[in-house]
Design a protein around this ligand. Structure first.
Ligand code: FAD
Length: 124
């Protein structure tokens, strides 16, 4: 993979990608099937070879080979990604995020409780 020269592009791509990945984990099943677990594992491994910033991809691939994707539940997957993002933060000398706050930062937004339905219908 080619090096990504422009720092601004690299940062923008990074922010958008982290948002996508954390949101994906927030919506990952709480009780995934065997197939869903395999999909997440394979997705992350392939992602780490194809991410379009060569240096980032090389580092991230090594990182997640050392710390393989945790796929047994939504909680374990989102905590795992949070920890991996923190490993990248550490390397780039960025602030460490408190992973206890992951659910409020990236809400699932997939609950359909009666009260939420009520409040949605009141907007109609
Ligand atoms: P980002 O790190 O992009 O984070 C965006 C927001 O997410 C933060 O503002 C914060 O609110 C929140 N956040 C921070 N940490 C966490 C966490 N642990 N869990 C959940 N939310 C969090 N850039 C390089 O220069 N070199 C690299 O090798 C490199 N590797 C990367 C590998 C991957 C897989 C990705 C997706 C990006 C990589 N980047 C790399 C880009 C880099 O991580 C940042 O995205 C970029 O520098 C912009 O940083 P930022 O300060 O805006 O915050």
């Amino acid at each position: 993979m080619e090096a990504m020269g422009n720092e601004t592009e690299r940062a923008e791509l990074g922010r958008a990608t982290w948002k996508f990945l954390h949101t994906m984990m927030a919506r990952y099943p709480e009780k995934p099937s065997k197939e869903e677990r395999k999909s997440l594992h394979d997705f992350m491994m392939l992602f780490s070879t194809l991410y379009p910033c060569g240096e980032c991809a090389n580092h991230f691939n090594k990182l997640i080979t050392t710390y393989p994707p945790q796929t047994s539940s939504r909680f374990s997957a989102s905590q795992w990604l949070c920890a991996m993002h923190n490993k990248v933060n550490e390397r780039l000398e960025k602030p460490i995020f408190d992973c206890n706050n992951i659910e409020s930062k990236y809400p699932c937004g997939c609950a359909t409780t009666p009260s939420e339905n009520d409040s949605l219908s009141s907007l109609a």
